[in-house]
Design a binder for this molecule. Structure first.
Ligand code: XUL
Ligand code: CO
Length: 442
């Protein structure tokens, strides 16, 4: 650990200094040790850093190569570079104070010439990660496999028209699951990668979905056979990289999992920017998952409403996050999931300190949202309003409707003989928007 401390020499550990602080490298709202409902705030929010953005992102875009140059990337031997990068990452985690991290297999170790060589590289870096986890106390929130960057996966992995590619992907995920287990991962994520299509001219949609389900069943079976107890997540995204991704949004994910008998084994990892791309709010996706008892974890980021792609920005929109937090807390929290910053620096944010500013901002925004959401729920006016709105289903014929004890015939008779014309009642949206603002801004 001594050597690794040199990677961010200019930055000290980030402390909570409260809202009076003018120190940009301090938390103003996130106080990890503050006890809320008998638990530390760090254990409520379970922040995680995404290795792929924070330590593999370079600021590259379709118009130019990377702009973000890191000192530890300069070595010649790829394994030594991977180790130095990981040292830098764990120094960053320690200074930031995030209790968790997440990675793809290929983020942490380079591919070799064969799968066997790739696995050997991975084993060396996993051994290194295990040491660093032990030394710092940082834990793995979830692992995953990169089934989308290599050329072999250009037409998908589990949905590839070539069974050979399916088999290769299966071998890769087998190893990724074992590695996640070896590092004590609390979960494992399946994001769709290139599981989708560009054109139906060359695609058998039904077969591809059947194959994806077969793949996920194999993953469930393998996890069982090795005793991996972590939570499996599906991370929906409607498009990008493919024109149409099969795990379009939470609702289509629920339908897919139920159709193929997989619903007991999966929850959802909901990414804010993916919700935006699907034409939903973040809160909508959380509510749909919660309605099915399948809210798992969050990829905490933001998109740009003016752009049609995954911009993966750090989210500082406290209003959006407060509404999300209301829904998360109402659903009973994230359990073994967490808030993983699947977010990257802008291309021009090239200073090492920018990586801290980005995560501090995201953590503070979530902490403030968490506190505000708790106030909203404790105050109860919003909850009561919604409860009252549906009160007619709590008794009498309304309760009989909800319990499916009445049919059209009975209701028809009831309306004709007794109820007559309903009296419309205001939805009061503007009043509620003002109420929300009063919690946010006083
Ligand atoms: C891509 C994305 C992924 C997953 C993990 O849009 O969100 O980084 O979170 O594979
Ligand atoms: Co993500």
């Amino acid at each position: 650990m001594k050597k690794s401390r040199a990677h961010f020499p200019q930055i000290k550990s980030i402390a909570y200094e409260g809202t009076g602080s003018r120190n940009p490298l301090a938390f103003r709202h996130y106080n990890p040790d503050e006890i809320v409902d008998g638990r530390k705030m760090r254990d409520h929010l379970r922040f995680s850093v995404a290795y792929w953005h924070a330590f593999r992102g370079t600021g590259a875009d379709p118009f130019g190569p990377g702009t973000i140059i890191r000192r530890w990337e300069s070595g010649k031997d790829p394994i030594s570079v991977a180790k130095a990068r990981m040292d830098a990452a764990f120094e960053f985690f320690q200074k930031l104070g995030n209790p968790f991290w997440c990675f793809h297999d290929r983020d942490i170790a380079p591919e070799g010439r064969t799968l066997a060589e790739t696995n050997r590289h991975l084993d060396r870096l996993v051994a290194h990660a295990r040491q660093l986890q032990r030394a710092t106390g940082v834990k793995l929130l979830w692992g995953t496999a990169n089934l989308f960057s290599n050329r072999r996966y250009m037409c998908g992995a589990a949905t590839n028209p070539d069974a050979h590619v399916f088999a290769y992907a299966a071998a890769q995920v087998k190893k990724a699951l074992e590695v996640t287990q070896a590092l004590g991962g609390a979960g494992y994520t399946f994001w769709g990668g290139r599981e989708g299509y560009e054109t139906l001219l060359n695609t058998n949609l039904k077969r591809e979905q059947d194959h994806l389900a077969a793949f996920l069943h194999m993953a469930v079976d393998h996890a069982k056979s090795i005793g991996f107890k972590g939570q499996f997540y599906i991370e929906p995204k409607p498009k990008e990289p493919t024109k149409h991704q099969y795990d379009f949004d939470v609702a289509s994910g629920v339908a897919f999992l139920r159709t193929y008998g997989l619903e007991r084994h999966f929850k959802f990892n909901i990414e804010t920017n993916h919700a935006t791309l699907a034409g939903h709010t973040f809160q909508h996706e959380i509510e749909v998952a919660a309605a099915h008892g399948m809210l798992g974890s969050i990829d905490a980021n933001a998109g740009d409403e003016l752009l049609g792609w995954d911009t993966d920005q750090f989210n500082t929109n406290v209003k959006e996050l407060t509404l999300a937090m209301v829904s998360i807390l109402r659903a009973g929290g994230l359990g073994n999931g967490g808030l993983n910053f699947d977010a990257k620096l802008r291309r021009a944010s090239i200073d090492p300190a920018d990586l801290f500013h980005a995560h501090i901002g995201g953590m503070d925004a979530y902490a403030l949202a968490f506190k505000t959401a708790r106030r909203i729920l404790a105050d109860g006016r919003l909850t009561d309003f919604v409860k009252q709105r549906y009160a007619s289903y709590d008794s009498g014929f309304g309760r009989d409707i909800a319990r499916r004890r009445l049919g059209f015939r009975e209701l028809n008779r009831l309306v004709l003989t007794k109820l007559g014309e309903p009296r419309p009642r205001s939805g009061k949206q503007e009043y509620l928007e003002n109420l929300l603002n009063s919690y946010l801004h006083g």
